[in-house]
Write a protein that binds this ligand. Structure first.
Ligand SMILES: Nc1ncnc2c1ncn2[C@@H]1O[C@H](COP(=O)(O)OP(=O)(O)O)[C@@H](O)[C@H]1O
Ligand SMILES: [Mg+2]
Length: 263
């Protein structure tokens, strides 16, 4: 993905400095997470290690309830681990102040969810622009809005939504809503895209379209992607598959190896 002069001067993107250059795009070290359940506690992640290289496309597989969403939420700074570390380009990010975490989520980490999470009263275009409005605030928005609109248009057109820009979510199909959500996740030019079962609510044709879109973003733009899925065929579209079992990550390897493991 190209880095144009699109960012405001106050852009808080995490600049890679020193050792960060050699560091993986994102990494998780010894992450533990438990939830209270009644009198006891449910140990969901029990020391997870994961390394996402620059330009890599990882699929995280695992049965329902195995902690896939929990792990992705920790990577996306939506929640904090009980212990362990989350790093972006070598820099620890899970212990940042909440305002810096919010800024990082706005600039460096794009997220996509199974149920899209679009704002129903806004058009596709307005949904895509929302993260930039948050980023720039009113004064910078006036300066940057035409660039922002062209960026949003470019993404929506690229995702085949050129004729849907002014539709609200209820006027769109599931596949179209997910493509709007992906455009919204990418409008701020993040370094990483985290996708939690992005095809989970879609029929197989729409789901294949979303996977093609993610695959192109990875190959053509070098976007680093972590995609959660419980579906082997979907996981097979990635470079590498890891599986969450009993709170730990097992590296299964490349998709072809996974077929052998699964057989
Ligand atoms: N906020 C929460 N409070 C209590 N338990 C939770 C919470 N979030 C998830 N869990 C539990 O943690 C386990 C893992 O959940 P999750 O990460 O959503 O799994 P997956 O995405 O693999 O289906 C499940 O048993 C779930 O019920
Ligand atoms: Mg989940």
């Amino acid at each position: 993905m190209t880095n144009s002069s699109f960012h405001a001067s106050g852009d808080s993107r995490m600049h890679v400095a020193g050792t960060g250059i050699d560091a993986p795009m994102m990494s998780v070290h010894g992450v533990r997470k438990s939830y209270r359940s009644g009198a006891g506690s449910l140990d969901v992640l029990c020391g997870v290690d994961l390394r996402l290289e620059r330009g890599e496309f990882i699929a995280i597989k695992g049965q329902s309830g195995s902690g896939k969403s929990t792990l992705l939420h920790l990577m996306g700074l939506l929640d904090a681990p009980d212990s362990g570390e989350v790093r972006l380009a070598g820099e620890r990010i899970d212990t940042l102040s909440s305002s810096r975490r919010d800024r990082l989520r706005n600039t460096s980490i794009g997220m996509v969810f199974q149920s899209y999470h679009l704002l129903p009263e806004l058009s596709a275009m307005e949904n895509v622009l929302a993260p930039l409005l948050v980023r720039y605030g009113v004064l910078d928005w006036i300066r940057f809005r035409s660039q922002a609109r062209s960026r949003a248009c470019e993404l929506l057109e690229r995702f085949g939504l050129g004729a849907r820009m002014h539709h609200t979510p209820r006027q769109l199909s599931g596949g179209e809503m997910q493509r709007v959500a992906i455009a919204r996740a990418l409008v701020g030019r993040p370094q990483v895209l985290l996708a939690d079962e992005p095809t989970g609510n879609l029929d197989s044709v729409s789901g294949a379209g979303i996977l093609d879109t993610l695959g192109r973003l990875n190959r053509e733009d070098g976007l680093s992607i972590v995609m959660v899925t419980h579906d082997d065929a979907i996981a097979a579209r990635s470079d590498r598959i890891v599986r969450l079992v009993s709170g730990l990550v097992e590296d299964i390897g490349e998709p072809n190896d996974a077929v052998i493991v699964a057989a």
